[in-house]
Write a protein of this length. Structure first.
Lengths: 268, 169
């Protein structure tokens, strides 16, 4: 099979076509964000009161879809995982950044992508949040020397869960599916038990009753969850080397020498 | 045909498919905060070019005569804006309004939105990504950093939720 992904890395498409195709990818992403209800800050904030399980369920579903697709297509040889850019781990900055991010998210009601998606639907709180985001990120960059050392600290290279727990990659994939399914069920249960009969967040009717809709979709969602579990279980049968073609045996390749010309690409 | 809210699993799979398309076509993950910072630094360079030149962090955006907005993430963001706009238009949900809980004034809500945005803007740069680039993409790549980030986002959110409950409940 000659058609090997990622297409821009294997020369199937040019760099320019790659940029053009980013637009439909973003379109699908934004379309999904709207239908997830993520353009409404009250839905997002509801997650932090265990009042609305939409945010964690959508995130779990997206991660499981991306994960099964990425590793499943690597397994059958369609994606050359050696050519994929994997997010490197700087552990402490990720932890401290994550805590600050969570605090900001429950205060502001959005994360960056959802704020832009919401702004596109005309919401003023999203506009103000967006302005705040620009100021915050400019502060980070303009005063960079103050936190440059911390920003560059605790570099672990490309560091995966299977390496952390010393299990095979297939097992890690399966366990993530299990966590996602169980986590979704528990959070939905919490939403029903803790907030049953009380008024929903917000003032509009559709936000006031988000609990009734998922119930009708339950058969579909249960089928999808079982499918994901079976796909994950199938991956357990394969050794890590079946997913990652070039993993050297001797030196774990995630211990990459620390990059000298920091800062690293802040691509994301 | 048009329903505002899809079942969360179906909406999540739609987002997951866009992530998968990014892997297959571009060999990288999606991301939102990168494009926003690039937009901010382009504005800053327009009005205060001195600040940008002095910043060791922002210099890379302009290295080798590059223009910060000519970037994969920015094109993706253009698509995201179109996708959300079209979806809202189809559902008749395009409205200029301030979304808030029942017990807070519009001005109070906007003030907190500014504070939250400021914190998130700083945190996303420190963590090298946001809920898209770190949590969703890192999560599906099985990245330890991505999962640590995601756990901490929820830890920080749950810990702070009580203090701002007046805004939402």
């Amino acid at each position: 099979m000659d058609l090997i992904a990622p297409f821009v890395k294997t020369g199937v498409i040019s760099e320019t076509v790659n940029l053009v195709l980013a637009v439909p990818i973003g379109f699908l992403f934004g379309f999904g964000l709207f239908h997830a209800g993520f353009t409404d800050s009250r839905t997002i904030a509801g997650a932090f009161y265990l009042k609305d399980a939409t945010v964690p369920v959508v995130m779990f579903s997206a991660i499981v879809t991306g994960m099964l697709g990425l590793w499943g297509l690597s397994l059958v040889g369609f994606i050359d995982s050696a050519e994929v850019f994997f997010v490197p781990t700087y552990l402490m900055p990720a932890i401290v950044g994550g805590l600050l991010f969570g605090i900001g998210m429950v205060i502001g009601g959005y994360c960056p992508g959802t704020a832009v998606a919401s702004l596109a639907t005309g919401k003023l709180d999203a506009l103000v949040y967006f302005i705040g985001f620009l100021i915050g990120s400019l502060l980070f960059g303009d005063l960079f020397p103050l936190w440059a050392d911390f920003y560059r600290s605790d570099y672990r290279g490309v560091f995966r869960l299977d390496q952390l727990f010393d299990i095979s990659l297939g097992w890690a994939v399966f366990l993530v599916v299990v966590v996602a399914v169980l986590g979704s069920l528990v959070l939905r249960l919490a939403e029903r038990v803790l907030w049953r009969g009380r008024k929903g967040i917000g003032t509009t009717a559709e936000v006031a009753e988000p609990l009734s809709k998922p119930r009708r979709a339950f058969p579909v969602e249960a089928t999808l969850a079982v499918t994901a579990l079976l796909l994950g279980l199938a991956m357990v049968l394969f050794p890590t080397s079946a997913f990652i073609s070039d993993e050297p045996e001797a030196a774990p390749y995630y211990i990459i020498p620390k990059a000298s010309d920091e800062p690293q690409t802040p691509a994301k | 045909m048009c329903s505002h809210r899809w079942p969360p699993v179906l909406a999540g799979i739609t987002i997951g498919i866009s992530m998968l398309a990014a892997y297959i076509i571009a060999g990288r993950g999606i991301g939102a905060s990168g494009a926003m910072t690039r937009f901010g630094v382009t504005l800053q360079d327009l009005f205060f070019p001195g600040l940008t030149k002095e910043s060791a962090y922002f210099a890379q955006y302009f290295a080798h005569g590059r223009f910060p907005l000519n970037n994969w993430l920015v094109y993706m963001m253009v698509g995201l804006i179109m996708g959300s706009f079209v979806a809202a238009r189809l559902c008749g949900e395009l409205r200029v309004e301030t979304l808030r809980g029942p017990n807070i004034s519009p001005a109070g809500r906007l003030g907190l939105a500014l504070v939250g945005g400021l914190l998130v803007g700083f945190a996303a740069r420190l963590a090298r990504g946001c809920t898209c680039g770190q949590a969703l993409v890192g999560g599906s790549e099985l990245s330890v950093g991505g999962w640590a980030f995601m756990v901490c986002v929820f830890a920080g959110g749950y810990a702070t939720a009580y203090l701002v409950r007046k805004q939402w409940i």
